[in-house]
Ligand binder design. Sequence first.
Ligand SMILES: Nc1ncnc2c1ncn2[C@@H]1O[C@H](COP(=O)(O)OP(=O)(O)O)[C@@H](O)[C@H]1O
Ligand SMILES: Cc1ncc(COP(=O)(O)O)c(N)n1
Length: 267
Amino acid sequence: MEPTVVLTIGGSDSSGGSGLQADLRTLAALRMHGASVVTAVVARNTREIADVYPQPTTVVTAQLASVLEDLPVAAVKTGILPTPETAVAIAARMRTGALPNLVVDPVLTVAAAGARRGLIAAYERILPHVTVLTPNREEASALLGWDVFTPADMAAAAAQLAARGPRCVVITGGDFAAGTEAIDVVWAEGTARMLHSPRISGRNTDGSGATFATAIAARLAAGDDAPAAVSWAKGFVGRAIGDAADWRIGGGTGPIDQFGWSALTLR
Ligand SMILES: Nc1ncnc2c1ncn2[C@@H]1O[C@H](COP(=O)(O)OP(=O)(O)O)[C@@H](O)[C@H]1O
Ligand SMILES: Cc1ncc(COP(=O)(O)O)c(N)n1
């Protein structure tokens, strides 16, 4: 049986923890073929982001055109769109319907300095084409212009973002400092619902947002509806975080275990 194809559009992370590297690892773990469009090259390790090098928009659109003219892309995930110009060019492709089952993780914090305001405006052009939008609380706050803090805020924010076009919105709460649960709020088909899972207190969570969004895209490609894809991805990322809890890869926040490697005894 041949694998389903999922396209990820985002940044290369030199530490391998998040971005395209996490996305491709997630897709491989889920037995899918990942195509990838590089929008930025990020020089970073587990401790800090040293620099972000946006790729020229022509480089991004050439990769995208080449993939779309040949591969049978069943779902698409976006991560870093580093400049408003690149985001607008990708939005134009979305408008043609060429990017099915579209999961958008609006990574705003890694964007080039000064690009944030223009990027937020560019996201307005993207939102109408989105199947599932997966901002964390900070990203939701930036997109909406008000501070999203409590679970009640998350529910209100999800509804407001959904009114701008996405069929489903998940606001992730992985950054809640306290509490024994990792709470996300999902808005779909007119109602908000809380998703709870045990909060894992490991040191390694890098790439959890990227892994979550890519797993959603993979499940959409496999035929799940959005709420089912989101619930499944939440279980997957929780297991990946838990399995990497004791890893010491680098001195900071390290990668997570999409493959269940920790459960293997190979040395
Ligand atoms: N420590 C944790 N334990 C369990 N689940 C977590 C933890 N941290 C994040 N998650 C889950 O991982 C997914 C990604 O969330 P989050 O970390 O908020 O994304 P981002 O990396 O974009 O900030 C969410 O489903 C969230 O609930
Ligand atoms: C290259 C790169 N660096 C960081 C992130 C954010 O990742 P996450 O959403 O998992 O925190 C990303 N999507 N891409």
